[in-house]
Design a binder for this molecule. Structure first.
Ligand code: HEC
Length: 400
């Protein structure tokens, strides 16, 4: 019952998380489009009012006329629309999912028993939980310090972008050395997503509040508040595509269980950011196909790096292929406690990822997937059932 309850809550939280993220990222993409697509106002009276740009749009059977003021309108309306709950809801629901799934089962999901760093391979569940939290907080602290130290007055934003890019490669590298591959992809995405939400919470919204308060008091707002909000928003724009990719990566073990998973992850991050750049420029009327071409090229390099080896196992070449009976016995011994329509492993209410090996037919049909997850050591999860390297070789050498 408890396992079922957790699974149900997980399902509902995931729903909330995806909906909130669609609303937040959708709005963010919309405002970048709006900002970049503004035209000079046509009417002289608008220009006199201080309107700096406008956009006419038709949507859902109505006509919309957006106007942006160079500084602020002469009088602020009382019912200003603010955007922050979409961001906070996305972060909070995402964090709750992380706690429910990863932190509730750290030895399954966070610890990588095959990690290169011995201390990481031997972490207890609690240590892994604390390390994961430190990783998230540390990511924000480092990113925020980079922004504050490198470009405090928004005059060195180019250099700052390079520093943030280098930081992300480091985050990708460290996460894959310390955590299981699946958690590493998620945590790297979460470092970016946390920076995005924290940018809204600590900088963008407080800056906007100071600007509004200054205007209400009849003072000139500090222009740095506006510029800083813009700087952090621009970072958020380039984080969106990579974050979404990393958040949906959990079923693609070919990417995150690769020995060079951090390289694959970095290629995806830069590929996504380059593709985003194309759209940012496109909304400003500049079509520059070099960006998506470069982004696609990086993703193709990732495809090439992650490609599974097509070499047949040595045992197959030597004519010592494993029979189906032997494979069946290994699957029974090492997989079926979890992968069954009625799992016996505590904590599992249903076959994980919908994968069950109760019948011969089920095993035969999923041969290549079984070989892939066993060879990459993704399965058995956390090597709970103690599969040896010889047994992995035997599954690789299953050739019928
Ligand atoms: C301790 C429980 C456990 C054991 C033992 C286990 N698995 Fe899994 N397996 C899981 C969980 C949990 C998932 C779901 C992970 C996810 O959500 O991506 C999973 C997912 C999978 C997937 C789907 C991968 C994906 O992401 O779509 C395959 C294939 C798989 N396991 C094969 C195996 C094989 C083969 C064995 C035995 C060698 C095995 N598993 C042993 C828990 C286990």
């Amino acid at each position: 019952m408890q396992a079922y309850l957790l699974e149900f809550v997980n399902f509902m939280l995931r729903w909330l998380h995806v909906i909130a993220a669609i609303a937040w990222i959708g709005e963010s993409i919309y405002f970048v489009m709006l900002d970049n697509g503004l035209k000079k106002p046509k009417a002289a009276e608008d220009r006199e009012k201080g309107v700096f740009g406008e956009m006419w749009a038709v949507h859902g059977g109505g006509f919309y006329h957006n106007q942006k003021y160079a500084t602020a309108p002469a009088k602020l309306p009382d019912d200003l629309h603010w955007s922050f709950w979409k961001s906070y809801t996305t972060w909070l629901s995402g964090f709750a999912l992380f706690v429910l799934l990863y932190m509730a089962n750290p030895s399954f999901y966070l610890v990588n028993p095959n990690a290169n760093w011995e201390w990481a391979a031997n972490m207890t569940g609690w240590q892994a939980n604390v390390l994961a939290l430190l990783f998230l907080v540390g990511g924000w602290v480092v990113y925020n310090e980079l922004c504050k130290r490198i470009s405090p007055n928004m005059t060195r934003d180019g250099l700052l972008s390079i520093a943030v890019a280098v930081m992300m490669v480091l985050v990708a590298y460290l996460s894959t050395q310390m955590f299981s591959g699946r958690a590493a992809f998620l945590l790297t995405g979460a470092v970016m997503a946390t920076a995005m939400s924290a940018n809204v919470f600590f900088w963008i919204i407080p800056g906007q509040r100071r600007m509004v308060n200054a205007m209400k008091a009849g003072e000139t707002p500090n222009p740095l508040d506006g510029k800083r909000g813009k700087q952090r928003s621009v970072h958020n724009t380039y984080f969106t595509l990579p974050v979404v990719l990393l958040m949906i990566s959990n079923h693609y073990s070919f990417a995150y269980n690769h020995e060079h998973a951090w390289v694959i992850m970095s290629l995806f991050i830069f590929g996504g950011a380059l593709i985003r750049q194309f759209f940012v420029l496109m909304h400003a009327g500049k079509i520059q196909p070099a960006y998506p071409a470069a982004g696609t090229a990086l993703i193709l390099v990732a495809f090439w790096v992650a490609m599974p080896s097509s070499q047949p196992a040595t045992a197959v070449v030597d004519g010592e292929a494993t029979s189906f009976e032997e494979v069946h016995a290994l699957v029974d011994q090492h997989c079926v406690a979890c992968h069954s329509s009625e799992p016996t492993q505590p904590g599992f209410a249903a076959p994980p990822a919908g994968v069950a090996y109760d019948t011969e037919d089920q095993i035969l049909r999923q041969k290549s997937q079984i070989q892939q997850v066993v060879a990459s050591k993704y399965m058995p999860l956390g090597n709970m059932t103690g599969m040896t390297d010889e047994e992995r070789e035997a599954i690789a050498a299953w050739s019928e």
